[in-house]
Structures are given as structure tokens and as C-alpha cells.
Design a protein around this ligand. Structure first.
Ligand SMILES: *Cc1c(COP(=O)(O)O)cnc(C)c1O
Length: 357
């Protein structure tokens, strides 16, 4: 069978050249005589792999030495608890509730400190980013945001600028659009959207925020301990880190984050333009907050939505069903989705619309 265009929100499509490289080196990696999966994480040959992955991420995101870059377990969700455990010195934090993951992060943090939800669009099905201006607590330990809301297809068009360190769950748009890392205290992201295979979390933390973890913080969740141990307090997800490194190499070949962001904007514009002019399909996120990674849309008729998802799958375009909490459709068009895939989707939308006038 040929490869499909996979619009999955995560785990998501990986670049084919990366898969081919992994395949070629699967039984024997370089001159080592073994697979990366079989290497000791303490071996010099593995150290070279993790160092290379980190160096590429630092280069791609322009991360200065004043930040620590960690490869952790537990996906992004584990960090919902790690963040308050590492930063909750005074015991109070601000959260902006812009989607289900943002809501989940706040709920988990509330087990460890006092959470102030300073702005929320929950009542409006999260179709926009709520306004926080004038509501931030300058004394908070940190302010937590979710830069791209995977389920609803919205993203921040400006960043909050408060006194408290900014902590961002960037799972679904990290490396897909450029950010100035120095605006953040902490950035974390589950790997399975724009970084590599699932089961890995990338965490970037400004070093002056280290050293304040709660006494009850488990060792594996402690960013200071993990920094001191080069993400190897225990065995890390060695294979996922290796594949992530290959994805970063591929991304550098695409002109880096700045290069791919340009393509991502073109991909999203093509899709939104079609939706805005369609008599059948409608984009659901408020225009000014539209994500360039996750495009959500509906026909307004559940049966037609289901029929479209089926029709698209028959043409080799899969995983277009929206999240179970919102319905409709969602096209996740992360870095590895080529422009051809988005063009094929627009053609498919057109064909369906013609048949269902
Ligand atoms: C996918 C996603 C998560 C969950 O990531 P896991 O790695 O499954 O824990 C959290 N936040 C956002 C914004 C996501 O898109």
C-alpha cells in the first residue's frame, strides 16, 4: 500500500526521508555494530546522538546557553504536574484557559498550588484566545499559556508580557512557527506533533528558574536534577531522541523554523481561503486566532461531516475527524505535511462540495 496523507493531530506524520534513514540504520547504526535501540544510554556513541539532537534544537530555536534543554518522559501531560512542583515557590500561579489542554494543565497544578484562571474562553467553546490584559498577578510564581490549541485550532497572535515568568505548553506549534525563546521562562512540548515519535517531552527552561523545586517533587520530574544529569537521571527514551534528532536535521534542510513557518502559513492560507469561499464548509475558529497547525471546520450537519471524512479516506486522506469533544473536521498540517497534501485536501473538499450541493 502507498503512504497516505495523514492529517492526524498526534502522533502525526513524520518526514519520509527520516523514516527511510531510520530504516537503513535500524539493524546497524554507523560503525557501532548495533541498533540505536540496543545501545547503552551511557555509551559515548549514544552521548553523541543526544548531544547532536540538542545542538540542532538549540540552533533551530536560537536557544542561548542561559537555558537548559531537557528530554523528559511522560509527554506534555507529565509537565502539567512538574511545572507547579518546580516553580511553585510562593504557591500561586496564573493560568489562561484557552482549550482542553490548558484547562487540564490548570486542574493538575491546582493539586499543588493556588491556581488563578485569569482568562477563559471555555464558555464559548474555545473558539478564540481570551483577553488577559490587566488581569495578571505580578506576584504569581508563573503565568501558564498554551500557545496553540490543538483541538480548537486557535493560536496566540501576541504573547502576554507580565512580570511573572511565562511558561508555555507549545506541544502543537513548537518548531512550526518562530518564537523569541527569551520571552519565556519555560517551554515544553510533547514530541509527537512537530518533534518526533511519541513518549518524549522536550523542555526548555531558563537556568535562573532552576533550584526551586518543592521537596516533594519526584526526582525524575525535577528539572534541576535532570539538568545536572544531562536528561539521564534514569534511562531516557533513547530511540525517540535519536529520531527527533533526525527530524531536526530534516527541518534544518527546510530552511529551519523560519523557512518552514513560511510554508506552514501558505498551507494554512490555502485551506482557509477555500473554507471562507465554500458554500458547504465553514472554519470554526475566530478568524484572528486561526491556528496554522490545526484547521478546524464543519458542514453544520453531522451526517455530512461523517460522509466527508469517509470520502476523504477513500482518496487516501486520513485522520480528518475532529476531536470527540467538538466534532466536525480537523486537518492537522504540521511541519511534515507537504503542500501537496494540503492541495489534495482542497481538491477533495471541492469534489465533495460539488457532489453535495
Ligand atoms: C498533544 C498535546 C498535549 C498532550 O501531550 P502528551 O504528550 O500526550 O502528554 C498537551 N498539550 C497540547 C497543547 C497538545 O497538543
Amino acid at each position: 500500500m502507498d503512504r497516505v496523507y495523514n492529517f492526524s493531530p498526534g502522533p502525526s506524520a513524520l518526514p519520509l526521508p527520516v523514516l527511510e534513514k531510520v530504516k537503513a540504520a535500524l539493524p546497524v547504526y554507523g560503525e557501532t555494530g548495533m541498533s540505536v535501540m540496543e545501545m547503552s544510554h551511557r555509551s559515548p556513541m549514544y552521548q553523541a546522538i543526544i548531544d547532536d539532537a540538542e545542538a540542532r534544537i538549540r540552533a533551530l530555536m536560537h536557544i542561548p546557553d542561559t537555558y537548559s534543554v531537557l528530554f523528559l518522559h511522560g509527554g506534555a501531560t507529565m509537565q502539567f504536574a512538574s511545572v507547579p512542583l518546580n516553580l511553585g515557590v510562593k504557591g500561586e500561579a496564573d493560568y489562561i484557559d484557552s482549550g482542553n489542554f490548558a484547562h487540564g494543565a490548570a486542574g493538575e497544578a491546582a493539586k499543588y498550588l493556588k491556581v488563578n484562571v485569569v482568562a477563559s474562553s471555555r464558555e464559548d467553546n474555545y473558539v478564540y484566545i481570551p483577553e488577559w490584559e490587566g488581569k495578571l498577578n505580578p506576584e504569581a510564581d508563573y503565568l501558564h499559556i498554551t500557545t496553540n490549541n490543538t483541538i480548537y485550532g486557535t493560536h496566540y497572535t501576541k504573547l502576554p508580557e507580565g512580570k511573572a515568568p511565562l511558561v508555555a505548553d507549545m506541544s502543537s506549534n513548537i518548531l512550526g512557527e518562530a518564537y523569541d525563546i527569551t520571552k519565556f521562562g519555560v517551554v515544553y512540548a510533547g514530541a509527537q506533533k512537530n518533534i518526533g515519535p511519541a513518549g518524549l517531552c522536550l523542555l526548555i527552561v531558563r537556568k535562573d528558574l532552576l533550584g526551586h523545586a518543592a521537596a516533594t517533587c519526584p526526582k525524575v520530574l525535577n528539572w534541576t536534577t535532570q539538568t545536572d544529569n544531562g536528561s539521564m537521571l534514569n534511562t531516557p527514551n533513547t530511540f525517540a531522541i535519536y529520531v527527533a534528532g533526525l527530524c531536526m536535521e530534516w527541518l534544518q534542510g527546510q530552511g529551519g523554523v523560519e523557512g518552514i513557518e513560511k510554508v506552514n502559513r501558505e498551507k494554512a492560507a490555502l485551506l482557509y481561503d477555500y473554507l471562507d469561499n465554500s458554500a458547504l464548509f465553514n472554519a470554526t475558529a475566530q478568524k484572528e486566532f486561526r491556528s496554522i497547525m490545526n484547521v478546524t471546520f464543519v458542514t453544520g450537519d453531522k451526517d455530512k461531516d461523517a460522509a466527508f471524512v469517509k470520502f476523504a479516506a477513500s482518496r487516501g486522506l486520513v485522520n480528518l475527524k475532529g476531536h470527540r469533544s467538538v466534532g466536525g473536521m480537523r486537518a492537522s498540517i504540521y511541519n511534515a505535511m507537504p503542500m501537496e497534501g494540503v492541495k489534495a485536501l482542497v481538491e477533495t473538499l471541492k469534489a465533495f462540495e460539488t457532489e453535495n450541493k
